[in-house]
Design a protein around this ligand. Sequence first.
Ligand code: ZN
Ligand code: ZN
Length: 517
Amino acid sequence: MSLCEYTTQKDIRIGSRLLGTLKWGIFAVVLLYMCVILLTEKRYQKKDSIISSVHTKVKGVSDADSRIWDTAEYTIPSPGGSSFFVLTNIIKTENQKEGNCPEFPIPKTICSQDDSCKKGYADPQSNGIQTGKCVQFNSTFKTCEVRAWCPVEFKSTPEPAILGSAENFTVLIKNNIHFAAFNYTTCHPQYSFRRLDDKVVDERLYPGLNFRFARYYKNQDQTNLRTLIKAYGIRFDIQVYGTGGKFSWFELVMFIGSYLSYFGLATVVIDFLISLYCQSCCSATSGQRYYDERKYEEIPGPCVLTSCQELMFVSFVDQEDIKMVDKKLRKSLQMTIGKIIKRGKMTDNMVLAQLELSSFDGLEELPLYPRSSRKSSAIPSWCQCLKCLPATRFEGQLCCRYQNGECITNSEMFRKLVLQKQALVHILQYNNPLLNRHSITKKQLAECAQKQYVQWRFGSNMDILDFARIPNCCKHEIDNMFNGETCETSLEHADKETKMQSTSAPSSKPLLKQPPL
Ligand code: ZN
Ligand code: ZN
């Protein structure tokens, strides 16, 4: 990876009216959705939240309960602020002072004798703390005595409501709105009112709003007295909310950027459809295989947990697929279990070699080693072809076969493709046209022979070629061939053969021939 490199994705273009229509259809829907959101939600605007100050006043005078009620009377507890309370009804208990008196009669407090009352007990609903006595409340009821502000409040709401005329009062609302980001102040708010409490009256839940407050004063003998008022009314909470907006290029670009990803939806949907098409539960059709092979390149997953310490590819002459070994060897490479990957196809070098070979066929006599020419004791246990030599390293312990049988080096094709010097010289010159055939070294020929073997047995997959392992028997055969004699003499020998071939054997054989293995 370099700073001066740019990496781009490679796409596959599929000519299909259906998929093309689907793509543009999804694009159009996304574009339409984007435009609707942009315009309805004004996403091209920079938004700012509201800063507001609200001041309220209730105005009105009412004559009720034999007296005049003005602003100071019914705006309780404090005027102003963003909420106001309009008094509608009251229960007033005057001249209360601390002492012992009977509790207001409700089922819980009615008693017949002192045993029914408990000293020190205070119910959440009660007005005071029970003294433990049962006393007469009125001619009808006896109730528990309490230490409280006496007399206790009379729990009965006046009907009709004392301040029913509150519905005619006037409310003044002063509302200042400022948008700090735009330095803009207005007062054109729109008001709407909504009842928040439960409209269905449930007696147990004490519907509406009520609270108590007291006004204290001292008597002539300096005892504390108070007037208790239980106020019923309606509280209005004024909530100001809203946003200010102004066109902004930045916001517009941000919006478009965030919605561009939705266009990728087309790719996801179409890829999903193609993958559905390519997948098959039992046997794939030829059409499915075609798309599958072109769209997906399959490689085995890396061993993430153990970290790939080694990577070797092995091809056996009696196995269709290639074995991949990506772990540290603990026994011979022949015996190590690996992953199975598919074999690639032929390369142009291979085709060239075969083109050339067809004209040399049968002219170069190569020594053929019989299969059982060695003692069985000298053959390593991992060898299946009986031609491998003992090797110390696990990597070198690899045979050309998976199961017992004839060695690949005994085949005619091995001798033609891998050992034929004339063909190797041609390949070297094909790769380097100005190469002098007399300057070719034995090492170059041996390396070329090894490459020939790898391309022949592993196919054209360039990822594999660098990590392909050559079987022990083949390695020895190549070494015997190119390191046993001098390069010069073998080349002269090959030249003579070429001349003989040009006069005596006109080429009439098929140009392309697949290897028999
Ligand atoms: Zn072998
Ligand atoms: Zn072999």
